[in-house]
Design a protein around this ligand. Structure first.
Ligand code: ZN
Length: 129
């Protein structure tokens, strides 16, 4: 289980967000799952989890295999259905991977994403260059 730390996240880099939207588009109609890493308080690295992700269940199994990483800021995954809200399965695995979690919904345009805390509550994530 991820323990709350002093890590403070100030925002996500625009190029990182653009990359996530692109991966979501290319993965459609499948779901993709990635881990987000921070540097100096900004999310700027995407670690795609290996394997083919076809749904929420396989996503959760991959999170179980994840190594411990102190720069882990959270996760990002897509919802090909277009619903940008955490499922029950999402809320169960969010706390394992960090504090901030992006859900990117079809059709994956610049505004088709939201950030949530590990509890599944909406969080206003700043986008910075
Ligand atoms: Zn989900």
């Amino acid at each position: 289980m991820f323990k709350d730390s002093a890590m403070k996240i100030h925002g996500i880099r625009q190029k990182t967000l653009s990359l996530l939207l692109q991966i979501a588009k290319e993965s459609h109609p499948n779901e993709f799952v990635a881990l987000l890493r921070e540097r100096d308080g900004f999310i700027d690295e995407v670690n795609l989890l290996p394997g083919t992700i076809a749904g929420e269940e396989s996503a959760r199994m991959l999170f179980d295999m994840m190594p411990l990483d102190t720069h882990l800021a959270g996760s990002a995954h897509s919802h090909p259905s277009g619903a940008i809200r955490p499922s029950n399965a999402d809320v169960n695995f969010f706390p394992r991977t960090g504090k901030y979690h992006l859900i990117i919904g079809f059709p994956y345009s610049g505004s088709d994403w939201k950030c949530f805390t590990a509890d599944g509550d909406p969080y206003v994530m700043q986008v910075v260059t």
